[in-house]
Design a binder for this molecule. Structure first.
Ligand code: SF4
Length: 378
């Protein structure tokens, strides 16, 4: 694939290797792709048998069988045995590419970085702002291919993503207000797309005027609680009961406990206002945090909006971006309330990758995210 666009932070990324505070070789499910598995099948002798011994299937998916929660191919220097011995082709695709995620949309591919990696989270904190993309100077391995040849939809998504992000980064309005305007705009477009009227979407205007928002204008006042805290509560409570979270992800578990301690004391009908107020107080004291949240939402849009190329569901992809941002704000606020306004950049990065790992790598929570979106907005 020639047309691969990489994020501007792509070349700044360097794996922390044995200095990594978490390591992607521990705790996570490591799927083995067909191509790498074929290489394993061809390996002869003890070496081949040793590798194949550690491959098993979970719910029909071929994975590396972990030992004491870690990859069995991690050597005593905490390095991948395959990489250290000069055989990166024996690492499964997910290990070779992580934290880069290259998605192919028929004629073009885009490579983003995943924030659950501590090195990427640090880059994000040190380089806030809107990301740009440029052609990759060398070959990049594709992680995921979307089988769609709808050129019109591709062009539509490309144009809309740019337009939405221009609107989002324009000065003069706060994020809660911007989210509402974008919601009404995207929902109107979505309704036309599902009726196969992509051409007609050009008529719809992106603005703060309620006339332009039509029946999709939200009645509630713009608030950082775009999703009700009550619905987020259900999701978080389910998550905490999932698979011994306190042992698997103790730092994320601690953030959830703090969230429950703080928000559990509020009356249900006041809790959204409470969250909004606390956010505004925090932003007054730490104005830099606003740019961080803007950057996070924008990053999510770059990662998720284009996935509508496969499912045509632009409103769902958009709502995922808002929900992820609100969840990140909640846990970051909780950490601020515990640690105060002078948190180091290292701590800000830590909270970010803890949230990403806890949310993105928790299948129970991901399922609930969809439920939250359906219940409130679809
Ligand atoms: S999580 Fe990131 S920094 Fe840590 S070992 Fe994996 S790729 Fe390297």
């Amino acid at each position: 694939m020639e047309n691969v666009y990489i994020t501007d932070l792509y070349e700044k990324f360097h794996c922390l290797a044995n200095q990594c505070p978490t390591s992607c070789c521990k705790g996570w499910v490591l799927p083995v792709d067909d191509e790498t598995n074929e290489r394993y099948e061809k390996l002869e002798g003890l070496f081949g048998r040793h590798i194949r011994f550690h491959i098993s299937k979970i719910k029909g998916i071929r994975v590396i069988r972990r030992q004491f929660g870690r990859c069995p191919f991690l050597n005593s220097d905490k390095m991948c045995q395959f990489q250290a011995s000069g055989h990166p082709e024996l690492m499964p695709l997910v290990c070779r590419t992580y934290p880069r995620e290259t998605v192919c949309f028929d004629k073009e591919a885009r490579c983003t970085l995943v924030l659950s990696c501590p090195a990427v989270a640090k880059l994000f904190i040190e380089n806030p702002g809107r990301r740009s993309f440029r052609l990759a100077p060398s070959k990049v391995e594709v992680f995921w291919e979307m089988n769609n040849e709808d050129d019109a939809m591709f062009a539509f998504l490309k144009e809309e993503e740019e337009k939405l992000l221009d609107f989002f980064w324009e000065k003069g309005h706060e994020m809660p207000e911007i989210w509402q305007a974008m919601y009404a705009y995207i929902y109107q477009k979505h309704d036309l797309i599902v009726r196969n009227r992509l051409e007609d979407t050009k008529e719809i205007r992106l603005s703060y005027d309620r006339k332009d928002m039509a029946e999709y204008a939200l009645l509630k006042r713009p608030s950082y609680a775009f999703f009700k805290i009550e619905t987020i509560d259900h999701m978080v409570l389910d998550c905490i009961n999932y698979g011994a979270l306190s042992i698997r992800e103790p730092k994320f578990y601690h953030l959830i406990k703090r969230y429950l301690d703080i928000f559990g004391k509020q009356y249900l009908d006041k809790v959204d206002d409470y969250f909004d107020e606390q956010m505004r107080l925090m932003l007054e004291e730490c104005p830099d945090a606003y740019l961080r949240y803007q950057s996070y939402f924008s990053w999510c849009m770059n990662e998720l909006f284009f996935q509508a190329f496969e499912n045509y569901n632009i409103i769902r992809q958009y709502l995922y971006c808002v929900l992820y941002t609100q969840l990140y704000m909640i846990f970051d606020l909780v950490d601020y309330m515990e640690k105060g306004p002078n948190r180091s950049k290292e701590r800000l990065a830590e909270v970010l990758y803890i949230c990403e790992q806890g949310i993105q790598h928790n299948p129970s929570l991901k399922h609930n995210l969809m439920e939250v979106i359906r219940r409130e907005f679809l």
